[in-house]
Ligand binder design. Structure first.
Ligand code: SF4
Ligand code: SF4
Length: 443
């Protein structure tokens, strides 16, 4: 189908599509561009997550159609499907589906972490290096996650984002992937996978590497929730996730060897960026006050290779970078790039972190199993839909308490002239409360 760019962008905007695989950047802004390449990010490199690799198989026609349309609209010469070579059955299915579509090519990735980091993915496929503190578009690439492309396809058929796909894995009897209504609680989602009390369990939202420890199980599922990993509360990763910035700073001062393994293994350093986590550690150890010299923290992708794989002393350069990013932000200080063109280090290929080895290092071997996607059509009694599930400003409620809404109805709009995303009801029901979330009771 042929779409004018304004029409295409408007459909996506109206459906409230945001990047489902990351921080939730509004997709109508991302695709309102011209690019050489569109890259479908199907790498799904976080251990245990099983969303994209199933969606791209189950919804192959919709995703390929969506990808073709995006490629045409942004004027790209080619679209690449970046998927790990280990998914051979999926690749074989996709290969048949793209026969005759000479603008779409499958690029098979090795099984390493973080293959799904969009800057790494761009380099792997195009050998272009995204400049420091910049985005793939700077080198002519648009990178879009699998679920996001499915949502784009749906938006062209007037279907807004009301649900999200979530893998529930780890200490569960039946690791599963579900399509869940936005606004149900994490507790409800866990119950669907058989976790009832979970007294000795802790939950990570996202993958084990970049995900956060969830302290409040009543928190709602949002458009960007991809995974809930249940682990024993005394497990290695949960203990690491419990470390706060103050503890990380104290441990760094006591134990950092300045061996620079964190730097040598850092994917952004290997990409040629001036990212030297051992220097940020040194700065925090000997000159904690002030931020001069810590500006490179802005270049950190928070991938956690340094703290969960590289550091022999078990320290947390990632957390120290987060600490400095906050301080720099508070002071309004920016990273000033030298504008030198970065060149990937030739050692990059030899320093990729194999996912199998990473899983062993994290103590997750027993949980590295399938998590099949079940279509459960879950009907919650109530949903709490956040007005901010995306990068940008929170949506403005456009419904009133007592108003009946239907699934897919617009309930929150983008503030005028702002970056944001629209929000829709995920169930048929009645609005009972409005704050920073809209509470809807099912009818
Ligand atoms: S790897 Fe660990 S010990 Fe070595 S420099 Fe980095 S933080 Fe310090
Ligand atoms: S988290 Fe560590 S390894 Fe990852 S980009 Fe930041 S400093 Fe580099």
């Amino acid at each position: 189908m042929n779409y004018k760019k304004e029409v295409f962008v408007e459909h996506i905007k109206n459906a409230g599509v945001v990047g489902a695989g990351g921080a939730g950047f509004p997709t109508h802004v991302k695709v309102d561009a011209k690019a050489d390449y569109v890259i479908l990010n199907a790498a799904e490199c976080e251990p245990l997550l099983r969303v994209d690799q199933q969606l791209i198989d189950l919804y192959a026609d919709e995703i390929i159609e969506g990808l073709s349309i995006i490629t045409k609209v942004v004027g790209a010469k080619k679209a690449f499907i970046g998927i790990k070579g280990k998914h051979s059955a999926v690749i074989s299915n996709l290969s048949k589906k793209i026969e005759g579509k000479n603008k779409i090519e499958i690029f098979q990735l090795e099984d390493f972490y973080p293959a799904g980091d969009e800057q790494i993915l761009v380099y792997e496929i195009t050998k272009r290096v995204v400049p420091e503190a910049s985005i793939p578009l700077k080198v002519g690439c648009i990178v879009i996650n699998v679920e996001t492309v499915l949502n784009i396809f749906n938006s062209l058929n007037e279907i807004p984002v009301t649900h999200t796909f979530v893998t529930i894995a780890g200490e569960v009897d039946k690791p599963s992937t579900f399509k869940l209504p936005i606004g149900i609680t994490i507790r409800e989602a866990l119950e669907l996978a058989g976790i009832k009390d979970g007294e000795d369990l802790s939950i990570i939202e996202g993958g084990p590497m970049m995900g956060d420890l969830i302290l409040d199980w009543e928190k709602p599922i949002t458009k960007t929730t991809k995974g809930l990993i249940a682990l024993k509360s005394d497990s290695y990763i949960i203990n690491k996730k419990r470390i706060n910035e103050d503890q990380a700073l104290r441990m760094s001062k006591a134990a950092c060897l300045q061996c620079r393994m964190c730097t040598d293994m850092c994917p952004r350093y290997l990409l040629g960026h001036k990212m030297y986590p051992h220097l940020t550690m040194r700065k925090s150890n000997y000159d904690r006050k002030g931020t001069q010299g810590a500006e490179i923290a802005y270049l950190c992708s928070e991938c956690a290779v340094c703290e969960l794989y590289a550091c022999p002393a078990g320290l947390s350069p990632r957390l120290i970078n987060i600490h400095y990013k906050k301080k720099l932000n508070e002071n309004g200080e920016k990273y000033i790039s030298s504008n030198e063109e970065p060149h990937a280090k030739h050692l990059m290929d030899y320093r990729k972190v194999p996912v199998k080895r990473l899983i062993s290092r994290l103590g997750l071997d027993n949980y590295d199993v399938d998590a099949p996607l079940y279509d459960i059509d879950y009907k919650p009694k109530v949903v709490n839909i956040p007005l901010k599930q995306h990068i940008g400003r929170a949506s403005i409620p456009i419904v009133e308490i007592g108003q009946n809404v239907i699934k897919g109805e617009l309930i929150g709009d983008i503030p005028k002239d702002s970056l944001g995303a629209k929000v829709h009801s995920s169930i048929d029901g009645k609005v009972v409360q409005i704050s920073d979330v809209i509470t809807i009771e099912g009818i």
